[in-house]
Design a protein around this ligand. Structure first.
Ligand code: NAP
Ligand code: ZN
Ligand code: ZN
Length: 348
C-alpha cells in the first residue's frame, strides 16, 4: 500500500510554500520507512524552489537534511530496525555499478545520482520528494545512522551542510599546520569552521561584514576577517593553504585566488546562479588550484556523522514551525540566519 504523506511544497517556480498531500511508494524489500522529525533548510532548497538552476520540477517538496526514526522496514532490510535514529541526505540512489559508485563516490555517479527531491528515480519516471514532509521511504543503502549523543534537530544540517564541508576539508587535508579559510559564515560555513577546528587546522572566517565575528570565534575560528574592509586582500595575500568558498552569491574569484599560498587550493562549494570569470594569471602565480566539491558519498557521510559524534559537533540552529518557512527563506537570502533553520516536522 502506498503511504500517505503530508508536506510543505512549492507548486510552481518562486511560489510560496504551502501544505500539500501526496503518496510515498509502497516499500520495496530493501526500503526503510522513516518518520521524519526534523528537516534543515539549505540554500540549495531556495535556489531550486525559485528555479535558479534550471530543470526544476513542480510541485516540489524540498529538503535534504533529514533526521527521523524508522517506522517500518522492508522484508530484506538488514542495516536498520524499527525505532533506529536515522538520517537521509542529498541523494537517495545512484547506479551502484559504475567505477565512482564502487569507490563510494555515489555523489559523482557516472549516470547521475538520484536527488532526494526535484529528481527522477532510476526508473526515469517517478519524481522524488524531499524532507519537508512527515515520512520518507528510502533504500537502506542510502540511509545514515545517527550518533546517539547528539540532538536530532541540530544534527539535521550535518546531512548536507556538514558533509559538504567535511569532504573537501578531508580531501585537501585540513589539519595541524594548515591555514584554512572558510568564506561565508552561513549554514555550510559554520559547519566548516567547527569541523576544520576539530581537524586541528588554523581556521579563519572570511565574512562580508563584521557582524558575525563574535559567533565565529565562539565556534572555534582562530581568526576573523571582514573582507569588505579596505586593504584586506593586500594584507592577506598568499596566506592560505586552503580556502573553501561557501558563498551563495557571485564573488570575485581573482581577488580570493590572490589569498592562496604556494600549491594551495580554492575549493568552491557555493552555487550562485551566474558564472564567475577567472583570470589565468590568478591561477599560475603560486601554482594555485581552483576546484569544486559536491557533498560526499554514503560511507564518507557516515564517517562525518561519527566524527561529529566524537567531537560533539552539531549545527547552531533556529527551530521553526512549517508555516514559518517562507519567512525563513527570505531571511536566508538576506544572510540573516544564525546559522541554520530547521523545521520541526511534528508541527506539520
Ligand atoms: P547560506 O546559509 O545562505 O550561507 C551563505 C553565506 O554566504 C552567507 O551567510 C554569507 O556569509 C555569504 N553571502 C551571502 N550573500 C552574499 C553576498 N551577496 N556577498 C557576499 N557574501 C554573501 O547558504 P548555505 O546553505 O550555506 O549554502 C551556500 C551555498 O552552497 C549555496 O549556493 C548552496 O546552494 C551551495 N551548496 C552547495 C553544496 C555542494 O555540494 N557543493 C551543498 C549544499 C549547498 P557572510 O555573511 O559570512 O559573508
Ligand atoms: Zn544542501
Ligand atoms: Zn554510479
Amino acid at each position: 500500500m502506498p503511504i500517505a504523506a503530508k508536506s510543505i511544497a512549492v507548486q510552481e517556480a518562486k511560489a510560496p510554500l504551502g501544505p500539500w498531500s501526496f503518496e510515498r511508494r509502497d516499500p520495496k524489500p530493501h526500503d526503510v520507512v522513516i518518520d521524519i522529525r526534523y528537516a534543515g533548510i539549505c540554500h540549495s532548497d531556495i535556489h531550486q524552489a525559485r528555479a535558479e538552476w534550471g530543470g526544476e520540477m513542480f510541485p516540489m517538496v524540498p529538503g535534504h537534511e533529514i533526521t527521523g526514526v524508522v517506522r517500518a522496514i522492508g522484508s530484506s532490510v538488514t542495516k536498520y530496525k524499527v525505532g533506529d535514529k536515522v538520517g537521509v541526505g542529498v541523494f537517495v540512489d545512484s547506479c551502484r555499478s559504475c567505477a565512482h559508485c564502487k569507490r563510494g563516490l555515489e555523489q559523482y555517479c557516472c549516470e547521475g545520482m538520484t536527488g532526494t527531491y526535484n529528481a527522477l528515480e532510476r526508473d526515469g519516471k517517478t519524481v522524488t520528494y524531499g524532507g519537508y514532509s512527515n515520512v520518507i521511504v528510502t533504500d537502506e543503502n542510502y540511509v545514515l545512522r545517527l550518533p546517539d549523543n547528539l540532538p536530532m534537530d541540530a544534527m539535521a544540517p550535518l546531512l548536507c551542510a556538514g558533509i559538504t564541508l567535511y569532504s573537501p576539508l578531508s580531501h585537501w587535508k585540513a589539519g595541524p599546520g594548515k591555514k584554512v579559510g572558510i568564506m561565508g559564515l552561513g549554514g555550510l560555513g559554520h559547519m566548516g569552521v567547527k569541523i576544520a577546528h576539530a581537524m586541528g587546522a588554523d581556521v579563519s572566517v572570511l565574512s562580508h561584514s563584521s557582524k558575525k565575528e563574535k559567533d565565529a570565534l565562539a565556534m572555534g575560528a582562530d581568526h576573523f576577517y571582514n573582507t569588505s574592509e579596505y586593504g584586506f586582500f593586500d594584507k592577506m595575500a598568499n596566506h592560505f593553504d586552503l580556502i573553501v568558498n561557501t558563498v551563495s552569491a557571485e564573488i570575485d574569484y581573482n581577488a580570493y585566488l590572490g589569498l592562496i599560498a604556494l600549491d594551495g587550493s580554492l575549493v568552491n562549494v557555493g552555487l550562485p546562479e551566474k558564472p564567475m570569470p577567472v583570470s589565468p594569471f590568478s591561477l599560475l602565480a603560486n601554482r594555485r588550484s581552483l576546484s569544486g566539491s559536491m557533498i560526499g558519498g554514503i560511507a564518507e557521510t557516515q564517517e562525518m556523522l561519527d566524527f561529529c559524534g566524537k567531537h560533539n559537533i552539531v549545527s547552531d540552529i533556529e527551530l521553526i514551525a512549517p508555516d514559518q518557512v517562507n519567512e525563513a527563506y527570505d531571511r536566508v537570502v538576506k544572510s540573516d540566519v544564525r546559522y541554520r533553520f530547521v523545521i520541526d516536522i511534528s508541527k506539520l
